[in-house]
Design a protein around this ligand. Sequence first.
Ligand code: MN
Length: 374
Amino acid sequence: MTHAYASSAGLTDPGLTRSQNEDGLLVEPPLYAVADGMGGHRAGEIASRDALVALFENAPRQADGNALGRAIRAANRAVIESAAKSRTRTGMGTTLTAAMVDGTRILVAHVGDSRAYLLHAGELTRITEDHSMVADLVRRGTITEEDARFHPQRSVITRALGSDPDMAADLFEVTATAGDRMLLATDGLTSMIPDDYIAEILAQERDPAEAAAKLIEAANRAGGYDNITVVIVDIDDTRASGLAPARGSRAAGRIKAARMLWVVAALALVLLTGWGTYSYAYSRAYLIAEGGYVSVYRGVPGTFAGVGLSWLERKTAIPVDRLTVPLQERLQAGIPFSKLSDATDRVTALQAESAAAASSTVSPSATSTPPPAP
Ligand code: MN
C-alpha cells in the first residue's frame, strides 16, 4: 500500500509449525504496530488483537509522545480487563511495539520482545531493547547475540501488556533520515534469521510489500517455528498528512518546546523504565535453600510484577540443616541483600558457622562427613 508521505506494508504469517496466528499488526498511518500474543486456548490471539484495537482507538492523531504513552496504558488496561472476562484467558498477555511516524521523526513505544529497527545507508540498527531474559544475559555479556537466538529460554519475556496495571512501556523518539526504512517485527522473524540477513533483504528489495514477503519467506525457510509478523515503513521528510499544521511563530515555538520536553521526558523514562527494573534486579542478590544446600542468586527472590527476576550465581556446599532454625526458615523464603558482595560475605560467614556446627555436633553416627580439624 502506498501513502502520500510514506510507503508502508505489513504482513503476518502463522509460520510452519503453529496452527494459529497469535500475532497481530496495525498499519494505520501515521500509526504502525506489531503485537505477539501469548496464552492458551487462543487467548494469545485475543490479547494481541485487544491491545492493537485499544491502541488504535486511543492513539493521538498526531505524533504526540505523551498521548502515545496514554494509548499504550489504555491498551494494557484493555488486555487486563479482557483477561478477567474468562477463565481461559487467565494469564494472557502480549508484546506491543508501536511507532508513530511524522516525516523523519519517529515516536516509539515498546513492551516485550518484538522489535523496531531502522535501516540507514544499508546498515540496520535495532532501536528497541528486548524485555526478555536472554536480552538481559546478552547485555551482561553472559551469552552472545547468536546464543540468544537459540537459547531454550529465548521466548521468556520480562515485560508484557496484560498483567501489571502499572506496567511502563519504553517510550522514546528517534530522528531518522529521508530514505531510511523502519521495520517492526515479532520474534518469529528475529529469532529465525540474523539481523545481517534482515538488513540484506530490506536493502535489496525496494518495494515494502515485496520486502515484507521476502522476510517472511526467509523466516519460514529457516524453520518458521513461530508466527511471523513484519511492518515496513519507508521514511521520507514529508510531514504526516494527519498532522495539523502549526500556524504562526507562537504555535511553532510551543510545539518545539513541547517536543524538547518530550525528548527529555523520554530519556528519563528510558533510563527509569528501560533498564530500571532490570539493573535494579541485577544489582541485588539473595541466598536461598535449594536441595538442602545454600544457593547464591543474583536478582530478587519470588516474582516481581508477575515475573521472576533471578539468576543463579552459584550453589554452595553449605548444608542448610547445619544452620540455626531461624536462619533455615529465612533461607526457605530467600534472604535478600542489596548487592552480590554482601551475599557472598554472608556465605563466607555461613561456611564458618556450618563448619563450627559440624565440629560441635559431630557424633559417632555422623562419620560420613568428618569435621575439619579444629
Ligand atoms: Mn512470537
